[in-house]
Design a protein. Structure first.
Length: 182
């Protein structure tokens, strides 16, 4: 990365936006499953949720590898210390949740003795944990709560980016876009 660079790399941008869209799409899939006309319909919808969850896990691992091998731009010097701490904390929590939530969903499915159908292409194998529906149900409940927390954090992240873009005039969202004044 060039000295004084204020933008993320194109690879980081691609991972960011693809994962962001996938996470929001996956949240909507789960919401649609809750309002499905039948249990069978909900199961079919959730199959897509699970497959996209595994995809998000793989993309996040790719993004983490990218981040570890590519320098990131420094936070703007205009940020207050509390904003720096909050930004770094939220980013760490994002990584934990983007890895932990799919693994939790995979683990819960595994406790039901089921692998994850990847859109009919292949089956992602169940973890070797043995069947225990009560444990699977408990993990799915934690997974749902974690998903809700993730959506609130995304809202906080968006508000922060908008604040730093339009109120602070510090580039904000343009650090993660290939255009505009970062």
């Amino acid at each position: 990365m060039a000295e004084g660079q204020t933008r993320y790399s194109l690879g980081a941008m691609a991972f960011h936006w693809i994962i962001a869209i996938a996470v929001i799409w996956n949240w909507r899939i789960a919401e649609n499953a809750e309002h499905a006309a039948s249990r069978e319909a909900a199961g079919a919808i959730m199959a897509d949720h699970k497959a996209l969850g595994i995809t998000i896990l793989l993309l996040t691992l790719g993004r983490l590898a990218w981040r570890l091998t590519h320098k990131v731009p420094p936070l703007p010097s205009t940020l207050a210390n509390w904003e720096r701490v909050l930004a770094r904390t939220v980013h760490v929590i994002f990584y934990v949740m983007l890895i932990g939530l799919p693994i939790g969903g995979w683990l819960a499915s595994s406790f039901y003795g089921k692998g994850i159908d990847m859109w009919g292409l292949f089956t992602w194998p169940a973890l070797p944990v043995g069947e225990n529906a009560d444990t699977g149900k408990a993990i799915f409940e934690l997974h749902g709560t974690g998903g809700s927390i993730l959506i609130y954090l995304i809202g906080l992240h968006i508000l922060g980016a908008l604040k730093h873009t339009f109120f602070d005039k510090a580039g904000g969202i343009f650090r993660m876009l290939p255009f505009g004044k970062a």
